[in-house]
Design a protein around this ligand. Structure first.
Ligand SMILES: [Fe+2]
Ligand SMILES: [Fe+2]
Length: 290
């Protein structure tokens, strides 16, 4: 690379680097070689092309892309450690989870949710992709609602952890393309309680425990695992459920076309009785504003 980069011209010619690993050290090394923009190696070609176009239009645009890349890289690292650690019966190191929260919020605040989603959509593991999507959408929602810093982090933490129980669901069920059969659905539906148990053993706070256990509950009592109704469902859960459903609808998979944001919001608006409609309206505003 050093031999290829022309001396003295590096500052004027944009140099895009695709990195297999995006740790702080790797990013620093790429910068030392003159990189103007860095992306993970699995970034989709159309995003790389867009980045090239952005460079031609505005050479400073990497200052916007970088917090997103850093946030996703740190959040992926947290998630990987989290899932690997609990898969075989271990517990969660909560301080290391907390270290990933500010990078997510900064990435969404400074880089914008659209950039966050576009980069996350290129992640090859469906469960990590989903957790990163929910965390990014949750960050945008609480930034839009004007939550205090402490509450923002608390909510993004619940979003990042909400599906940790899936670490102990067989991969062939998690990654099955298309619909699950009745037995597979029953196994999949254990993930909120598994996540709750893992977090309880890890010394997690009560509010986050509740959010993880109940993120599939609906106001009309049709959800699971406990069939909670109305006032039994906390505000945190009401917010998280909306983010979770929206992320699941807009996920990008090889076997289905992505659903546009407006269509996903229309589906949420149709879930009267199940979701709190006042919050759905704020959520729609937050996503459209992003
Ligand atoms: Fe879930
Ligand atoms: Fe989820």
């Amino acid at each position: 690379m050093r031999a290829l980069v022309p001396h003295g011209k590096a500052a004027t010619i944009p140099l895009l680097c695709l990195l297999r690993s995006t740790s702080d050290q790797d990013l620093r090394m790429a910068r030392d070689l003159g990189a103007t923009v860095c992306f993970p190696a699995y970034t989709a070609p159309h995003i790389v092309v867009q980045a090239l176009l952005d460079q031609i239009a505005s050479p400073e645009s990497d200052s916007v892309a970088e917090p997103v890349l850093r946030g996703i890289s740190q959040a992926t690292e947290v998630l990987t450690g989290l899932f690997d650690g609990v898969r075989d019966g271990g517990t969660i190191d909560l301080p290391s989870v907390d270290a990933g929260l500010d990078p997510i919020l900064s990435a969404v605040r400074e880089g914008g949710l659209t950039r966050w989603l576009e980069t996350v959509w290129t992640h090859d593991d469906a469960t990590y992709q989903h957790c990163l999507l929910v965390a990014g959408v949750a960050a945008q929602f609480v930034l839009h609602l004007g939550f205090r810093a402490e509450d923002r982090e608390h909510f993004v933490r619940a979003a990042l952890l909400h599906d940790v129980g899936k670490a102990r669901i067989p991969r062939e069920i998690l990654n099955k393309p298309g619909r699950l059969d009745a037995d597979e659905t029953a196994i999949m539906r254990r993930h909120p309680v598994i996540g709750y148990d893992i977090l309880k053993e890890s010394g997690c706070d009560v509010a986050t425990l509740g959010a993880v256990r109940h993120h599939h509950e609906m106001l009309d009592g049709s959800g699971y695992p406990d069939g909670l109704v109305g006032a039994e469902i906390s505000d945190t859960v009401r917010l998280l459920t909306i983010c979770d459903i929206y992320a699941a609808l807009t996920e990008r998979r090889s076997y289905k076309p992505p659903m546009p944001a407006r269509d996903a919001i229309a589906i949420l608006e149709g879930m009267t009785g199940k979701l709190e409609m006042g919050l759905v309206r704020h959520f729609g505003d937050a996503m459209i504003a992003a």
